[in-house]
Design a protein around this ligand. Sequence first.
Ligand code: ZN
Length: 822
Amino acid sequence: MYQSFIGLEIHIQLLTETKVFCGCRAAFGDEPNTNVCPVCLGYPGVLPTLNEAAIRMAYVVARTLNCTLTEQTLFERKNYYYPDLPKNYQISQYGAPLGRDGYLDLEFRGKRKRVRIHEVHLEEDAGKMIHAGDMSLLDYNRAGTPLLEIVTEPDMEIGDEAELLLQQFRRMVRYLGVCDGNMEEGSMRCDANVSVNRSGEGLGSKVEIKNLNSSRFVRKALNHEIARQEDILSQGGTIPQETRLWNENRDLTEAMRTKESAHDYRYFPEPDLPPFTTTPEFQQAVESSLVELPLARRDRFIREYELATHQAEFLTEERALADYFEQTVEHGVDPQAAATWLAADVRKMLNRHRAEIHNSPLTPPRLAELLRLLAESRIHGKIAKQTLAAVFESDRDPLEIIRENGWEQITDAATLAGYIEQVLAAHPKAVQQVREGDSKPIGFLVGQVMKASSGRAEPRAVQELINAKLELKLIQVLSFGGAISGVRREDGLVEPGELIRLRDLFADGRFGDGVRIDELELGRFLSEEITPQDWALLLSEVAVRLENGRADGIVIAHGTDTLAYTASLLYWVFADTKVPIVLTASVLPHDKPGETPHPHSDAARNLGEAVRVATEGEPGVHVVYGDEDFSPLNLKFEGLRPFTADVEGAESAEGAESAEGALGRFRTWNMERPVYRGRPLAPALAELSREELTKRLESAVRSVFVAKVFPGMQGDTLIALMNAGVRYFILELYDTGTANLRESPYSLRKAFQHGEQTGALFFCTSQQEIAVDFSEYVTGHELWREGAVPMGSLTTESAYTRLLVAILTAEDDDELVKLMED
Ligand SMILES: [Zn+2]
């Protein structure tokens, strides 16, 4: 077993107006050799003077990286010759760098990790050499611009950590306003060094990797290099100390030069610059430049505003957005609503108008106003979106736009009550039918109120008022196939369910006063016959009922075997439901009791219990089966089992209970306490049209493959699937590692490398009943070290539906991974 050690050297260009030792402009993209003077061109007899802003920014970075700050820091000459260095030396720091012994905390795969900072020092940048044909051109505009170098200790182990450190560091310097962090343009640069050795033997030979101009390349190059060195070591070879270049076209590192010994730069103190001493005023200026950092701000957002991790991460990615969010919330808006709108609709508008949040027509007070109108139900969701678009187009206040267009809804209870009185009085027969137990005329009555108000009445409020007036509780029962509503044929097979049979179960009408059942058949199929189209239909029908207030509770009669999928799917979309959504099932149909030892009442009893939970239970997604109320996540169905003799034929109440245990049951895995409600992963999903949802779900399902990883699985199998269009893999492991990653046809490493090139993503779940700690990744758990995202304690079923919802929601793969990790 091997261990790897990664350290980084990061250079950032400080965002000062002028260069570090002269008054020339420090700007990117100017006409070559226009920002130069005798000092930065190294004429004899000139004197450098230290730029206050540059040294202050340097100390701010060092302080933010928790370094010990040097009170008297020294500049030294680093002597070497290179055409882009007109002075033949570079002013840098060597013996007394301005900051030492700091650290940066990372959060990697849910675990905090501290990377120590060796030192931070300030130096001047060199010029730029541009090769054109057989000529080399020199631009000295960059010569003498302030450059800060940050050197970490070799505390990282895989490329992913280095990538994360760079991303986090980039966010940090952007928050501090000291660097724009643009790696493509070179204002942030990185060299990496890595050494691999047998576990416990400490550092091996150090290999330096250059030409890394994105954090993604840093990850890829390091992971490639670690694998390369492990292969050499495992074949008995040795690693020479050398410098290698990342070849982004071939996805590998190539030897550049071997490093026999360190260069001797003959450092000596710069005679023209006195040591820099930090005065109390200077220290004060540094302290007052410190800001709340992204990670701390993210944690505060989660704590203070009760946001989900992915929401808080999105909001704190850029300081401007985080500030905007807080300014909006200060106007008394629900933080959850503000976060949801900023991540979805506002972001879309900004992209469409190529605008930035801090200077768009949507000011924080305007967004706050829009969200307040929505929260007070003065407008509904669709109007809010139209208004948002209009704000961007016309640069006016939301309320003004809504008034002008007559978009305001009627929610005032007194006004609505007037319409309702009128309608109820005009339709006594319909009212009578409802009072006698028929739910059908309710929709008609709501429709009449809508008509009377010219469509401006808020439907949910109308429904609630009618329910209150007629003392009703309306439970929507959606028939989604399965044995619960099915028929048992002569040959013993079960025919898929139909609504009419479900209705039989309600025939005795024992659901208490005022409870009205409204049924709808969504499909006649068995568990295994469910298609993405059926799921889209179910999601749309549930969404409509939640939106228009037509349900005080929803019951879904489902098949047993795939119920764990549908239940978790509903949870990821409707976790914040304000009414109970209850799934139920039964293994056997309820009819023909003579042919089965199973009591006639099983399907009826589960359904009855589901209606009870839908009427009286807590809001959230529930699964009711055999008198038990299960959480929708991490369910496992244990299928039909043979009857035992003593249970067979039992007709008594006790007998019925033991028969049910023998028939199959649900259990929850890896979950300490049941989860019924929370924050939905994709609140916007429910707003899609059924056609759109079907199309997207079908395409998502096509792009996912769930594989149980077994010994002897070949990498080529997964590659063939990728070539057939699979982009997302859920790899189900026995424990944290089942996969073979040694060099052989049975190695999955090739599949991972292929995935890296083609953009495939891997997620891993464990089929162990225990919750698995995926964070122990240094030894043994190579599969996810290769890039598979561990799904923590989620079962494959729950992870699969989460992936579908994440695919439907995420704008790109980074966001998708965040949604999966949250
Ligand atoms: Zn100059």
